[in-house]
Design a protein around this ligand. Structure first.
Ligand SMILES: Cc1ncc(C[n+]2csc(CCOP(=O)(O)OP(=O)(O)O)c2C)c(N)n1
Ligand SMILES: [Mg+2]
Length: 398
């Protein structure tokens, strides 16, 4: 029997017959009927439906000031990102992973979290970092290679960036089990009840760590929200190489809810995150959110996406831009005007100047610093390596 024959066994689906190893055809620009959306691509509010109405109350709570705040976040985060990209191109950073196109997918959950909620990011979560109060300079320091992590994760409840794909999912569940053991769940005290939010990509869902984390979270009913930004690419690998069933539906098999949200709609990603975080804080257990979005730029500054994807795909997503969408919406609603937008643009210029200057004037760390903080206590192997390294450097004239 050939592969093609196998593909048709037990199926009533007619042509086209695809080999069994070939993924099914799909439309990567359409999130389908299950996707929670409040803002259409043109910035108009979509009507309430069975799918989005369970989340509508969270938006009713948002005053104009909060709506303006979301748009300000989107604009400033985009500017931090474009500055990071430019600094890398000018030789100031070793690498920059751009979040272009994913601003709403990050500002939504970032603003839905409370200060006590803990975030476990991958390496592209500059928008979540912004919302958690991590200074953008700290992100730049990490990508400039002048420190080992960039920030004190306890200062803002924003863990260090994790490059090992999907690993942070396990860290998040471990932390969430600790929160549970501390009794900081379902007390009814809004200043105490705590949720953990773990961020990864579509590629991350293929990792063992991701799936192990979901098992642990489910059986322990851990206060954790798994947030998958499906930006449709894992470097050059498309969704077809990661899964046959979209991430949000996988939650079913683990025994907790899964939701797909329009990740280019900041209102939807905020509202869906609010609901999931409240479930977690209230002791109702985990949720898996899939934010349906798109990586507009390259994977990182080391990548050239023209080698593996067609520009027509990018053009379709340009029309779904998350920042333009919210701008159009708030302009049409009279919540912002052109003068307000000019002020925020000026603020973005000032922010860009500030972080550029900070990046260019960051001191190089002393060599010995890289041996610090490897262990909490002194360790003889690390001490020996530090001494050898110091000796090696002492051998140079300058
Ligand atoms: C365990 C592991 N395997 C492979 C890599 C190399 N790698 C870096 S980014 C990446 C793709 C991740 O894609 P996705 O999870 O979709 O996140 P995105 O970059 O699209 O935000 C891979 C395979 C890695 N960093 N860690
Ligand atoms: Mg991806």
């Amino acid at each position: 029997m050939s592969d093609d024959d196998v593909a048709t066994v037990g199926s009533t689906v007619a042509a086209p017959v695809r080999a069994s190893h070939e993924p099914p055809e799909r439309d990567i620009t359409d999130g389908g009927p299950d996707m929670v959306q409040f803002l259409a691509a043109d910035g108009t509010r979509v009507p309430l439906t069975e799918v989005n109405s369970p989340y509508a109350a969270y938006l009713d709570e948002l005053e104009d000031e909060a709506l303006r705040g979301l748009l300000r976040d989107l604009i400033l985060v985009r500017r931090v990102d474009s500055e990071g990209f430019a600094l890398q191109r000018q030789g100031e950073l070793g690498l920059w992973p751009s979040l272009l196109g994913q601003e709403a997918a990050q500002v939504g959950p970032g603003r839905a979290m409370r200060p006590q909620d803990y975030a476990f990011p991958g390496y592209r979560e500059h928008g979540v970092a912004w919302c958690k109060g991590v200074p953008p300079e700290n992100l730049l320091g990490m990508f400039r290679g002048v420190n080992h992590g960039g920030w004190d994760s306890q200062a803002n409840n924003f863990h260090l960036y994790t490059i090992v794909i999907g690993n942070q999912m396990l860290h998040a569940v471990g932390y969430a089990l600790g929160v549970q053991k501390d009794g900081d769940v379902a007390t009814g005290d809004p200043g105490r009840d705590t949720a953990v939010m773990a961020f990864t990509g579509d590629g991350g869902t293929a990792q063992g760590d991701f799936n192990e984390a979901l098992v642990f979270a489910a059986v322990a009913n851990a206060p954790v929200v798994f947030y998958v930004q499906n930006n449709h690419w894992a470097i050059s690998e498309p969704n077809e190489r990661q899964f046959r069933v979209p991430p949000y539906r996988r939650a079913d098999g683990f025994g907790f809810p899964g939701v797909r949200v329009d990740g280019n709609d900041v209102l939807a990603s905020y509202a869906v995150s609010r609901a999931a975080l409240e479930r977690a804080r209230g002791g109702e257990g985990p949720t898996l959110i899939e934010a349906f979005t798109y990586r507009m730029g390259a994977h990182t500054t080391s990548d050239d996406p023209t080698k593996y994807r067609i520009s027509a795909e990018v053009d379709i997503w340009k029309a779904k831009d998350p920042v333009d969408r919210m701008r159009k919406h708030l302009l049409a609603e009279g919540v912002v005007d052109e003068a307000w937008l000019r002020e925020v643009e000026a603020e973005a210029d000032e922010l860009a100047r500030r972080i550029r200057h900070a990046c260019q004037t960051m001191p190089n760390p002393p060599h010995e610093e890289m041996f610090e903080h490897v262990y909490a206590e002194p360790h003889p192997v690390v001490a020996r390596e530090a001494a050898e390294f110091a000796d090696y450097h002492a051998g140079f004239d300058d």
